[in-house]
Write a protein that binds this ligand. Structure first.
Ligand SMILES: Nc1nc2c(c(=O)[nH]1)N[C@H]1C(S)=C(S)[C@@H](COP(=O)(O)OP(=O)(O)OC[C@H]3O[C@@H](n4cnc5c(=O)[nH]c(N)nc54)[C@H](O)[C@@H]3O)O[C@H]1N2
Ligand SMILES: Nc1nc2c(c(=O)[nH]1)N[C@H]1C(S)=C(S)[C@@H](COP(=O)(O)OP(=O)(O)OC[C@H]3O[C@@H](n4cnc5c(=O)[nH]c(N)nc54)[C@H](O)[C@@H]3O)O[C@H]1N2
Ligand SMILES: [Mo]
Length: 768
């Protein structure tokens, strides 16, 4: 890394502090979770603000937690606050009283800020006023809202074609903001609506849409209470969906079993000490009955091996293992699927899975004896080249067991951002389905573009090629969340104008287009005052429940505006009165009017304004949940999915990039990963003892990581080797430090999700 004074650092800088390593934990939450909360609160908020914010989270009259998308109980909500340690971190991160003011921007040059860690950048505080960095300048300066809108509108009007602009969405945007956004973008003339889903559950969307007719999961929270068996595949709920542990605790207490499929034996799946119950708090509940330490991307082979054994048992006693009645009435292509399965080479499947035959047999035994099975999955499944096929294989298993469309069973892709599912429901997608296109055409009196827009990977490539000149981000940090950080940085820097609607400062504000604008917005915890009174917004959680969210504290600056208002005001300048509808002035003030428009356009939102105000909100329709599959045959589809192993050379490893316990995506809450025994640093590479030895290293050594995809060398420097219980040939690093190694052209087939969890790398000792 050249350290010239002018270099803008797109990649987080090397660590200077000494990293402390201790034994990984074998339980989640408990007392350390309470003290971690106290640490987070220190210096960020007054006691009064803490009380107002923390006790309103996920309450019936409160706001939706800005953390993950895990559902809330429909009826009873814990009086202690329906929040978890990591929910508190998310709230404190947003509700902090630290401010990034025009004075702050005067004091620190952009170049200097790029030398800071992501932790330090984020901890600077909330942005208080619209800011602009003019072309050639090293500083941001204030700009008025009107001038900012005008500049953006002039730029958009000056492009040769609307497809030269991209409009990104991160999954925190409310239904109201997201609906207006896609309407504005399509009236402007493009479907270039990449979103964080492209990097997240897109593989799920593709696989589920074609096999069960809906791109969402089919289970409700209550299904966990009556399930016989829950499989948790490629997901770390103890860190990323902590409230899910309360649901799993109930599964266990009612006699259900849990299988974890993960290269790592994550603490949260081992034992849960419920911080809200004294008894559970002390002893805890053991969660996982069986851990399958799968090889990276060995999941498809593993599920196939299990189904192969199930088929043998079914052949011996037909009708006792598979749900033949369900299969006959509700599915298509069973025979072709079974013929293919029967022809599988079991030994090859076992070997490809990385799991021992003994453990596969134990898992098969648990599955064959149970009728109500839930399968959960997250990024460990979706971020590989053949992820779509792996998820289709998960569906095959559920179909064989008739475990979909009945209580206690089903598909449960666990979503990430708090409203990522809702954003898609209301139309944020680079593809425009004919039904939505017609509805938009009819309700808003314009001709929406038909051509698919850019997803994230295409958007970055188009920016790099100079085909896209304008970027607008509704939240998020695409620079650091996207793959191939240096490539993505160059792509951003090629844009003429980049605009980001944001709450907090992040690296993407520093590595941006020639001209860069920040529009600061009101966050989830804050009241939204407009001239029509205080407004509410709404979100959809991972199980398809739409609920109101009402912020509780005053916005941290009088200059902030809420996302729907910003979008409406900008749309008014860009699209103007070209079309009779919507009335941008009216929707900017009164969000009930936006909900009326959603109700008229998107199925399932009848009486939206009334029902969203009901306690607990309402469920959106979900065909698969009712056993009604909207596929090409009208039934759920079995599919054939070949095993494709990742091959590596002798000196190569397969790297997964994962989240620590102290981060929310690119937002770094702290430098520890308590459950994995890491303190005071993030640049670590987890390795198996025999692999460490094989490459001639010792635990604690400083190493550099290299990837050579398509003959291009990518380097991530200055990582510390941590010996860990992880399968051979497999290593793990944290996102976003290792994103620089993820090649832009390595992504899941058909979903284009970057292969963040299967990056082929080499490791070498850092040269002094
Ligand atoms: N506190 C907190 N909460 C969050 C987030 C956060 O960053 N912090 N992020 C939110 C978002 S946007 C999302 S999408 C979710 C992410 O939630 P997760 O998907 O739980 O997040 P990751 O850390 O990416 O963890 C993936 C898990 O998959 C495992 N894994 C990796 N490769 C494989 C594989 O090939 N097979 C299998 N079976 N397992 C594998 C890893 O060991 C790890 O346990 O969490 C959401 N919630
Ligand atoms: N290597 C690797 N890369 C990954 C992943 C991985 O597992 N490994 N996971 C991928 C996944 S699953 C996802 S979802 C993406 C996440 O990608 P993004 O959603 O783009 O990233 P975030 O880090 O969640 O965005 C954080 C920023 O959002 C802004 N923000 C926060 N709250 C609000 C708000 O209420 N309104 C607005 N307007 N802005 C707000 C703040 O400025 C903050 O800095 O990353 C992906 N990247
Ligand atoms: Mo995500």
């Amino acid at each position: 890394m050249s350290d010239s004074k002018d270099k803008l650092h797109a990649v987080p800088p090397p660590a200077t502090e000494a990293i402390k390593i201790s034994k990984p934990k074998n339980y989640a939450a408990g007392l350390p979770a309470i003290s971690a909360v106290a640490v987070q609160l220190k210096g960020e908020m007054t006691a009064k603000k803490c009380g107002t914010t923390l006790f309103a989270v996920n309450q019936m009259e409160g706001y939706d937690c800005p953390g993950c998308a895990w559902p809330d109980p429909d009826d009873h909500r814990s009086p202690l606050g329906e929040y978890c340690e990591n929910g508190v971190k998310a709230i404190v991160e947003e509700a902090t009283e630290k401010r990034v003011t025009p004075d702050f921007f005067k004091k620190y040059a952009i170049q200097e800020m790029t030398t800071w860690t992501d932790y330090k950048i984020g901890k600077s505080g909330r942005i208080t006023e619209p800011m602009i960095r003019r072309s050639g300048s090293n500083y941001y300066e204030p700009i008025t809202w009107d001038d900012a809108y005008q500049l953006i509108a002039d730029h958009l009007h000056g492009l040769d074609h609307p497809d030269q602009a991209v409009f990104y969405t991160s999954g925190k945007a409310s239904n109201e903001a997201a609906f207006l956004y896609q309407l504005f973008v399509r009236q402007y003339g493009t479907n270039n609506l990449p979103d964080c889903s492209n990097m997240c559950h897109e593989s799920t969307g593709v696989a589920l849409s074609e096999t069960i007719g809906i791109g969402k999961g089919s289970v409700k929270l209550e299904d966990f209470y009556v399930a016989d068996l829950v499989m948790v595949i490629g997901q770390n709920p103890g860190t990323n969906h902590p409230r899910m542990l309360s649901a799993l605790e109930i599964t266990k207490k009612r006699g259900g079993k849990i299988i974890g499929v993960n290269p790592l034996k994550e603490a949260g799946l081992q034992r849960f000490k419920n911080p809200q119950k004294l008894k559970g708090f002390l002893r805890g509940t053991s969660l996982m009955d069986l851990h399958l330490p799968v090889a990276i991307n060995g999941d498809l082979a593993l599920i196939k091996a299990i189904m192969f054994l199930l088929l043998q048992a079914e052949d011996k006693a037909p009708g006792t293992i598979f749900d033949q009645e369900f299969i006959k009435n509700n599915t298509s292509y069973y025979e072709a699927f079974i013929n293919d399965l029967r022809a599988s080479d079991f030994d090859f499947l076992v070997k490809s899975s990385g799991v021992s035959e003994e453990k596969i047999k134990a898992a098969t035994q648990m599955i064959r004896d149970n009728k109500k099975i839930i399968i959960c999955w997250a990024m460990g499944v979706t971020q590989h080249e053949n992820s779509v096929n792996t998820i289709r294989e998960i569906v095959n298993l559920l179909l064989l067991k008739g475990s979909i469309g009945k209580p206690g069973a089903g598909a449960c892709p666990v979503r990430g951002h708090s409203n990522v599912q809702g954003d898609r429901t209301v139309g944020v997608w680079e593809k425009l389905k004919p039904a939505l296109r017609e509805a938009l055409q009819k309700n808003f009196d314009f001709d929406p573009p038909e051509k698919n827009g850019f997803h994230v990977v295409d958007a970055i490539r188009a920016m790099a090629e100079g085909k896209v000149k304008f970027y607008l981000g509704l939240g998020g940090n695409l620079l650091s969340a996207g793959p191939d950080t240096e490539f993505t940085a160059a792509a951003f820097q090629k844009c003429e104008l980049t605009v980001q609607i944001s709450t907090k400062l992040n690296r993407n504000h520093l590595i941006a287009g020639a001209t860069s604008i920040i529009l600061p917005c009101i966050g989830r915890t804050e009241i939204i005052p407009t001239s029509a009174g205080d407004q509410i917004i709404s979100c959809e959680n991972s199980t398809g429940v739409v609920q109101a969210s009402r912020g509780k504290v005053d916005p941290i600056s009088e200059h902030l505006r809420a996302e729907p208002t910003i979008i409406a005001e900008l749309a008014k300048k860009v699209v103007g009165d070209k079309y009779a509808k919507p009335n941008w002035d009216a929707v900017a003030k009164d969000y009930d009017l936006i909900r009326d428009l959603i109700e008229a356009t998107i199925p399932g939102f009848d009486n939206y304004n009334e029902r969203v105000r009901n306690h607990g909100g309402f469920y959106l329709p979900n065909g698969a949940r009712e056993g009604n599959f909207k596929t090409e045959t009208g039934k759920a589809l079995f599919s054939i999915n070949p095993v494709e192993n990742i091959t590596i050379k002798e000196d190569e490893f397969i790297m997964m990039t994962i989240r620590s316990h102290d981060q929310f995506n690119t937002t770094i809450y702290g430098n520890d990963d308590r459950y994995r025994g890491i303190e005071n640093g993030r640049r670590v590479v987890f390795m198996n003892a025999s692999d460490i030895k094989k490459v001639g290293l010792t635990a604690g050594d400083k190493v550099d990581l290299f990837s050579y995809f398509e003959n291009k060398e990518r380097v991530a420097r200055d990582f510390q080797v941590v010996q860990y219980d992880i399968p051979v040939n497999t290593v793990a690093t944290y996102f976003p430090e290792a994103n620089v190694l993820v090649p832009i052209n390595s992504f899941a087939k058909r979903s284009y999700t970057p292969a963040y969890k299967s990056v082929i790398i080499k490791i070498a000792r850092t040269q002094a």
